[in-house]
Ligand binder design. Structure first.
Ligand SMILES: [Zn+2]
Ligand SMILES: [Zn+2]
Length: 445
């Protein structure tokens, strides 16, 4: 339906930008209106008094007198106090809208104004009393475009990296981008919260848990080196009555998991002891069968690292995620990875690792040393970049998030190292999505 037009109606446009005044004038004149233009606030006041227009389209930011001042002056004068005024401004703030609404404007157009819409809305306004239009104008706007307010689905399976540093925490501006907390990841699926390793990153996770309603936790430990358990004494939920924490780990070579956790809280090392932890702590040896927690299935496999170190696989929502932060794949191998296959004798001992990682959607795995660093660090339990790249290829991993960054590697160094990683992956014919994990990284599985 065409908008109503009132050919004899006069409109005063107060607009200091020539091109906008011209566009508005042309559109309204073409529709049959009588149009006059004021270039500043003072001129607008004068013309409003002289010509008593049927409608004023009033800009806010104008020379000499701004639109609000003009409006106040119009309302204060008995001859212009009832003048129909529509604000026409590029500023769309509550402050401006409220201030002008209090001064009885009929409507508020936000510039840029589309000529056809301007004609339509002016026609509608002139067809109604100012009071009705003020009400229905908002309703029309609401009806024209349904507001899109998507809400984040927080029930989806997701993982968060709380600590991505290996060996020992680091601190300082040079490490800001990746962070300096040692190993910790959380995995949320429905109401269940799973935690993998308790490096210093678990402290921040503890704060978040305390701010939530979650009180049942499952903590999976890959191994008990410092960088994977050192955050536990600072894990606040462990001290809170009513919190249940099931802690899983492989059977150790010497002390069991509970004894090691208890030892870390020995008086010689720490001011409070395990007895002071008021949560319900339950220690479990890893079973050979899968662990089902809510919608997540957890299995494990040994990694190549001192101690009976393991990696964990989570299967949920039809996808797989593996947390294997410490794994010296191809220990001692410093040659080119290009031609190696699963049939090579040097690869054979890692057959189970490759099978475990076969085709996983997201693998969180280390590549701690550059090739030249690895020459001096063979047997320290960590991968060289080329060897880790080969593992990705042989296992057909779909996406790799590199973690367990060396404490000597600052942000600049890690950026170069990531470029080298991508380069090697391309060279060996396994270009794949690879990124560096960082403290606070959170994604849906
Ligand atoms: Zn480690
Ligand atoms: Zn370790």
């Amino acid at each position: 339906m065409n908008p109503p037009v009132f050919p004899k109606a006069s409109i005063l446009i107060a607009e200091d930008v020539n091109v906008i005044a011209l566009i508005m004038t042309r559109a309204l004149e073409k529709a049959g209106y009588k149009v006059d233009v004021a270039r500043d606030g003072e001129e607008c006041l004068r013309k409003a008094l002289e010509t008593a227009p049927d409608l004023v389209l009033l800009d806010i930011m104008m020379p000499k007198l701004n639109g609000i001042e003009v409006l106040k002056a119009l309302r204060a004068n008995p001859r212009t106090c009832d003048l129909a005024v529509v604000m026409c401004s590029a500023k769309d703030y509550k402050t401006e809208r409220d201030a002008t609404a209090q001064l009885g404007v009929i409507d508020y157009f936000v510039k840029p104004v589309v000529p056809e819409l301007l004609v339509e809305r002016v026609g509608t306004i002139l067809a109604r009393s100012s009071r009705e239009v003020a009400k229905s104008g908002a309703a029309e706007r609401d009806a024209a475009v349904e507001t899109y307010l998507p809400v984040l689905d927080t029930t989806r399976a997701r993982f968060t990296l709380w600590g991505t540093r290996g060996s020992t925490p680091t601190l300082g501006g040079r490490f800001q981008r990746h962070g300096g907390n040692t190993s910790c990841m959380s995995f949320t699926c429905g109401d269940e919260l799973l935690i993998f390793d308790a490096g210093s990153g678990i402290r921040d996770l503890g704060m978040e848990i305390m701010a939530s309603k979650i009180r049942k936790l499952h903590l999976f430990i890959t191994h008990t080196h410092w960088d994977h358990i050192q955050g536990f004494p600072f894990f606040v939920p462990a001290y809170v009555p009513g919190v249940e924490i099931s802690i899983y780990g492989s059977i150790g070579f010497g002390k069991n998991l509970e004894a090691i956790f208890r030892g870390q809280l020995d008086r010689d090392y720490f001011p409070v002891q395990m007895e002071d932890m008021r949560s319900n702590l339950q220690f479990h040896n890893l079973p050979d069968t899968p662990i089902q927690i809510g919608g997540a299935k957890i299995t494990w496999e040994f990694a190549h690292h001192p101690l009976p170190t393991v990696g964990y696989k989570i299967e949920a929502v039809g996808r797989t995620l593996v947390w294997m932060p410490d794994n010296e794949f191809l220990q001692g191998y410093t040659g080119a990875p290009h031609a190696l296959t699963c049939q090579d004798s040097i690869v054979a001992p890692f057959e189970k690792t490759i099978a475990f990682l076969s085709g996983v959607d997201v693998l969180i795995h280390e590549a701690q040393y550059t090739p030249d660093e690895y020459l001096k660090k063979i047997g320290w339990g960590h991968c060289s970049v080329p060897n880790a790249c080969l593992l990705m290829k042989l296992a057909g991993v779909r996406r790799w998030i590199v973690t367990h960054h060396d404490p000597n590697h600052d942000d600049v160094f890690l950026e170069k190292k990531l470029n080298l990683t991508s380069q090697i992956l391309a060279e060996i014919g396994h270009s794949m999505p690879v990124s560096h994990g960082y403290d606070g990284m959170a994604e849906y599985l």
